[in-house]
Design a protein around this ligand. Structure first.
Ligand SMILES: [Zn+2]
Length: 286
Protein backbone atom coordinates (compact mmCIF):
# COMPACT_ATOMS: atom_id res chain seq x y z
CA UNK A 1 0.00 0.00 0.00
CA UNK A 2 1.55 3.29 -1.14
CA UNK A 3 1.10 6.02 1.49
CA UNK A 4 2.21 9.57 2.12
CA UNK A 5 4.65 10.23 4.93
CA UNK A 6 1.89 11.83 6.96
CA UNK A 7 -0.47 8.85 6.57
CA UNK A 8 2.26 6.57 7.91
CA UNK A 9 3.48 8.81 10.73
CA UNK A 10 0.15 10.07 12.10
CA UNK A 11 -0.82 6.49 13.05
CA UNK A 12 2.59 6.02 14.70
CA UNK A 13 2.08 9.29 16.58
CA UNK A 14 -1.34 8.19 17.87
CA UNK A 15 -0.16 4.72 18.88
CA UNK A 16 3.31 5.60 20.20
CA UNK A 17 5.72 3.64 18.02
CA UNK A 18 8.44 4.57 15.50
CA UNK A 19 8.38 3.71 11.80
CA UNK A 20 11.73 2.63 10.35
CA UNK A 21 13.09 4.69 7.43
CA UNK A 22 15.68 2.49 5.75
CA UNK A 23 18.02 4.15 3.23
CA UNK A 24 18.53 2.11 0.08
CA UNK A 25 20.62 2.67 -3.03
CA UNK A 26 20.34 -0.54 -5.03
CA UNK A 27 17.62 -2.95 -6.11
CA UNK A 28 19.11 -5.67 -3.93
CA UNK A 29 18.93 -3.46 -0.81
CA UNK A 30 15.40 -2.36 -1.70
CA UNK A 31 14.22 -5.99 -1.83
CA UNK A 32 15.92 -6.75 1.48
CA UNK A 33 14.17 -3.98 3.43
CA UNK A 34 10.79 -4.54 1.77
CA UNK A 35 10.95 -8.27 2.59
CA UNK A 36 11.96 -7.56 6.20
CA UNK A 37 9.03 -5.16 6.68
CA UNK A 38 6.53 -7.51 5.05
CA UNK A 39 7.73 -10.44 7.19
CA UNK A 40 7.39 -8.30 10.32
CA UNK A 41 4.09 -6.73 9.20
CA UNK A 42 5.68 -3.31 9.77
CA UNK A 43 4.79 -0.04 8.04
CA UNK A 44 7.94 1.54 6.64
CA UNK A 45 9.54 4.36 4.73
CA UNK A 46 11.88 3.78 1.81
CA UNK A 47 14.41 6.59 2.28
CA UNK A 48 16.56 7.81 -0.60
CA UNK A 49 19.20 10.50 -0.08
CA UNK A 50 19.97 12.82 -3.06
CA UNK A 51 23.37 11.09 -3.49
CA UNK A 52 21.57 7.75 -3.56
CA UNK A 53 19.04 9.12 -6.07
CA UNK A 54 21.88 10.22 -8.34
CA UNK A 55 23.30 6.69 -8.05
CA UNK A 56 20.10 4.73 -8.81
CA UNK A 57 18.54 7.33 -11.17
CA UNK A 58 14.97 8.63 -11.13
CA UNK A 59 13.90 5.94 -13.66
CA UNK A 60 14.05 3.38 -10.85
CA UNK A 61 11.22 5.20 -9.07
CA UNK A 62 8.69 3.50 -11.36
CA UNK A 63 9.69 0.09 -9.89
CA UNK A 64 9.78 1.41 -6.33
CA UNK A 65 6.28 2.91 -6.68
CA UNK A 66 4.97 -0.38 -8.09
CA UNK A 67 6.55 -2.36 -5.24
CA UNK A 68 5.03 0.04 -2.68
CA UNK A 69 1.59 -0.17 -4.35
CA UNK A 70 1.47 -3.94 -4.30
CA UNK A 71 3.15 -4.36 -0.91
CA UNK A 72 1.08 -5.87 1.89
CA UNK A 73 2.33 -3.21 4.33
CA UNK A 74 1.96 0.62 4.34
CA UNK A 75 4.94 2.10 2.49
CA UNK A 76 6.03 5.71 1.87
CA UNK A 77 8.79 6.82 -0.51
CA UNK A 78 10.83 9.59 1.06
CA UNK A 79 13.53 12.00 -0.12
CA UNK A 80 16.06 12.08 2.71
CA UNK A 81 17.88 15.41 3.33
CA UNK A 82 16.66 17.35 0.29
CA UNK A 83 19.11 20.23 0.10
CA UNK A 84 17.17 22.62 -2.12
CA UNK A 85 13.72 23.51 -3.44
CA UNK A 86 14.83 22.20 -6.86
CA UNK A 87 15.82 18.78 -5.47
CA UNK A 88 12.44 18.53 -3.75
CA UNK A 89 10.57 19.36 -6.97
CA UNK A 90 12.49 16.66 -8.86
CA UNK A 91 11.55 14.16 -6.15
CA UNK A 92 7.88 15.16 -6.27
CA UNK A 93 7.82 14.83 -10.04
CA UNK A 94 9.51 11.41 -9.78
CA UNK A 95 6.76 10.10 -7.50
CA UNK A 96 8.09 10.44 -3.95
CA UNK A 97 5.23 10.70 -1.45
CA UNK A 98 7.26 12.40 1.26
CA UNK A 99 10.18 14.83 1.16
CA UNK A 100 12.64 16.28 3.61
CA UNK A 101 13.98 19.79 3.21
CA UNK A 102 17.06 20.20 5.36
CA UNK A 103 18.04 23.82 5.90
CA UNK A 104 19.26 23.21 9.44
CA UNK A 105 22.67 24.68 8.60
CA UNK A 106 21.11 27.97 7.43
CA UNK A 107 20.11 30.79 9.80
CA UNK A 108 16.80 30.13 11.60
CA UNK A 109 14.71 32.61 9.53
CA UNK A 110 16.10 31.23 6.28
CA UNK A 111 15.24 27.70 7.41
CA UNK A 112 11.66 28.89 8.09
CA UNK A 113 11.39 30.65 4.71
CA UNK A 114 12.75 27.75 2.62
CA UNK A 115 10.77 25.13 4.53
CA UNK A 116 7.54 27.16 4.11
CA UNK A 117 8.16 27.40 0.38
CA UNK A 118 8.62 23.62 0.15
CA UNK A 119 5.53 22.97 2.32
CA UNK A 120 3.36 25.12 0.02
CA UNK A 121 4.53 23.28 -3.12
CA UNK A 122 4.44 19.77 -1.61
CA UNK A 123 1.07 20.15 0.11
CA UNK A 124 -0.45 21.45 -3.15
CA UNK A 125 0.14 17.98 -4.62
CA UNK A 126 -0.47 15.90 -1.46
CA UNK A 127 3.16 15.19 -0.53
CA UNK A 128 4.27 15.34 3.12
CA UNK A 129 7.23 17.37 4.39
CA UNK A 130 9.84 16.77 7.06
CA UNK A 131 12.21 19.55 8.11
CA UNK A 132 15.10 19.74 10.56
CA UNK A 133 15.93 22.06 13.41
CA UNK A 134 19.18 21.97 15.34
CA UNK A 135 22.15 20.12 13.90
CA UNK A 136 22.85 16.43 13.99
CA UNK A 137 26.48 15.48 14.49
CA UNK A 138 28.71 13.50 12.18
CA UNK A 139 30.86 10.57 13.25
CA UNK A 140 32.75 9.49 10.18
CA UNK A 141 33.50 10.87 6.74
CA UNK A 142 31.44 8.24 4.92
CA UNK A 143 27.85 8.86 3.84
CA UNK A 144 25.76 11.68 5.24
CA UNK A 145 27.17 14.95 6.46
CA UNK A 146 26.66 16.57 9.83
CA UNK A 147 28.14 19.10 12.18
CA UNK A 148 31.29 18.66 14.30
CA UNK A 149 29.35 20.08 17.21
CA UNK A 150 25.77 19.06 17.97
CA UNK A 151 23.42 22.04 18.37
CA UNK A 152 20.46 20.81 20.40
CA UNK A 153 16.99 21.82 19.21
CA UNK A 154 15.49 24.61 21.30
CA UNK A 155 11.82 23.94 22.27
CA UNK A 156 10.76 27.62 21.77
CA UNK A 157 12.35 27.67 18.31
CA UNK A 158 10.67 24.36 17.48
CA UNK A 159 7.25 25.72 18.40
CA UNK A 160 7.71 28.89 16.34
CA UNK A 161 9.10 26.83 13.44
CA UNK A 162 6.03 24.57 13.40
CA UNK A 163 3.59 27.50 13.61
CA UNK A 164 5.25 29.37 10.76
CA UNK A 165 5.96 26.49 8.36
CA UNK A 166 3.09 24.02 8.89
CA UNK A 167 5.55 21.16 8.43
CA UNK A 168 4.23 17.58 8.92
CA UNK A 169 7.13 16.15 10.90
CA UNK A 170 10.32 17.50 12.42
CA UNK A 171 13.80 16.03 12.80
CA UNK A 172 15.28 17.25 16.05
CA UNK A 173 18.81 17.22 17.40
CA UNK A 174 18.99 15.49 20.77
CA UNK A 175 22.52 14.09 20.60
CA UNK A 176 22.70 11.60 17.74
CA UNK A 177 25.28 11.62 14.97
CA UNK A 178 25.17 10.41 11.37
CA UNK A 179 27.35 7.42 10.59
CA UNK A 180 28.96 4.90 12.90
CA UNK A 181 30.45 6.19 16.16
CA UNK A 182 34.20 5.91 16.76
CA UNK A 183 34.89 3.60 19.73
CA UNK A 184 35.84 6.48 22.06
CA UNK A 185 32.55 8.35 21.49
CA UNK A 186 29.70 7.43 23.80
CA UNK A 187 26.48 8.95 22.43
CA UNK A 188 24.05 10.19 25.04
CA UNK A 189 20.57 11.26 24.10
CA UNK A 190 18.73 14.14 25.79
CA UNK A 191 15.44 12.33 26.41
CA UNK A 192 14.27 15.19 28.68
CA UNK A 193 14.59 17.65 25.80
CA UNK A 194 12.77 15.28 23.45
CA UNK A 195 9.88 14.91 25.91
CA UNK A 196 9.56 18.69 26.26
CA UNK A 197 9.52 19.26 22.48
CA UNK A 198 6.95 16.47 22.03
CA UNK A 199 4.74 17.95 24.71
CA UNK A 200 4.74 21.34 22.98
CA UNK A 201 4.52 20.26 19.30
CA UNK A 202 2.57 16.98 19.39
CA UNK A 203 3.51 16.21 15.75
CA UNK A 204 5.58 13.19 14.63
CA UNK A 205 9.24 13.71 15.59
CA UNK A 206 12.14 12.17 13.72
CA UNK A 207 15.48 10.79 14.88
CA UNK A 208 18.39 10.90 12.44
CA UNK A 209 21.71 9.23 13.05
CA UNK A 210 19.92 6.35 14.80
CA UNK A 211 22.48 3.72 13.75
CA UNK A 212 24.83 2.59 16.48
CA UNK A 213 23.02 4.08 19.52
CA UNK A 214 22.34 1.69 22.39
CA UNK A 215 19.07 -0.23 22.22
CA UNK A 216 17.96 1.15 25.58
CA UNK A 217 18.45 4.73 24.40
CA UNK A 218 16.52 4.11 21.20
CA UNK A 219 13.70 2.43 23.14
CA UNK A 220 13.39 5.40 25.51
CA UNK A 221 13.38 7.82 22.55
CA UNK A 222 10.47 5.86 21.05
CA UNK A 223 8.62 6.01 24.37
CA UNK A 224 9.25 9.77 24.63
CA UNK A 225 7.71 10.58 21.24
CA UNK A 226 9.99 9.70 18.30
CA UNK A 227 7.86 8.33 15.42
CA UNK A 228 10.40 7.85 12.63
CA UNK A 229 13.95 6.60 12.93
CA UNK A 230 16.40 6.79 10.03
CA UNK A 231 18.65 3.78 9.63
CA UNK A 232 21.30 3.74 6.96
CA UNK A 233 24.77 2.86 8.26
CA UNK A 234 23.78 -0.20 10.32
CA UNK A 235 21.92 -2.06 7.56
CA UNK A 236 24.53 -1.24 4.92
CA UNK A 237 27.37 -2.30 7.22
CA UNK A 238 25.60 -5.66 7.70
CA UNK A 239 25.14 -6.02 3.93
CA UNK A 240 28.75 -5.31 2.99
CA UNK A 241 30.28 -7.19 5.91
CA UNK A 242 28.55 -10.28 4.53
CA UNK A 243 29.60 -9.38 0.99
CA UNK A 244 33.27 -9.25 1.98
CA UNK A 245 32.91 -12.71 3.51
CA UNK A 246 31.12 -14.09 0.42
CA UNK A 247 33.73 -12.63 -1.92
CA UNK A 248 36.57 -14.45 -0.21
CA UNK A 249 35.62 -17.10 -2.76
CA UNK A 250 37.41 -15.41 -5.63
CA UNK A 251 35.61 -17.46 -8.27
CA UNK A 252 32.18 -15.93 -7.61
CA UNK A 253 30.91 -13.42 -10.13
CA UNK A 254 27.12 -13.80 -10.45
CA UNK A 255 25.00 -11.22 -8.57
CA UNK A 256 22.29 -13.84 -8.04
CA UNK A 257 24.83 -15.87 -6.05
CA UNK A 258 26.67 -13.02 -4.33
CA UNK A 259 23.74 -10.78 -3.31
CA UNK A 260 21.19 -13.11 -1.61
CA UNK A 261 23.32 -13.84 1.50
CA UNK A 262 24.01 -10.09 1.81
CA UNK A 263 20.29 -9.37 1.59
CA UNK A 264 19.69 -11.96 4.30
CA UNK A 265 22.19 -10.15 6.59
CA UNK A 266 20.47 -6.84 5.87
CA UNK A 267 17.02 -8.36 6.55
CA UNK A 268 18.18 -9.66 9.93
CA UNK A 269 19.52 -6.24 10.92
CA UNK A 270 16.34 -4.48 9.71
CA UNK A 271 14.12 -6.96 11.56
CA UNK A 272 15.97 -6.27 14.81
CA UNK A 273 15.37 -2.50 14.35
CA UNK A 274 11.68 -3.06 13.61
CA UNK A 275 11.31 -4.94 16.92
CA UNK A 276 13.23 -2.23 18.77
CA UNK A 277 11.04 0.54 17.33
CA UNK A 278 7.90 -1.43 18.33
CA UNK A 279 6.74 -1.27 14.73
CA UNK A 280 6.29 -5.05 14.22
CA UNK A 281 2.67 -6.01 13.54
CA UNK A 282 1.58 -2.37 13.32
CA UNK A 283 0.58 -2.69 9.62
CA UNK A 284 -2.76 -3.90 10.99
CA UNK A 285 -3.51 -0.41 12.34
CA UNK A 286 -3.76 1.11 8.84
ZN1 LIG B 1 19.88 12.18 8.42
Amino acid sequence: MLCTGDEILSVANTHGFAVPAFNISSYSMLRAVVDACEEKRSPHIIAIHPDELTHIGTDMLASIIKIAYTSSVPTAIHLDHGASYEQVLLAIQSGFTSVMIDKSFSPFDENIAETSRVVRAAHAVGVSVEAELGTIGVSDKYGETGSEEILYTDPDDAQRFLEETGVDSLAIAIGTRHGLYPSEVKPELRIDLLAEIKDRLRIPLVLHGGSNNSDTEIASAVHAGINKINISSDIKAAYFLKMREVLTDIHLREPNVIEPPCEEAMRECAAQKIDLFESAGKAGLY
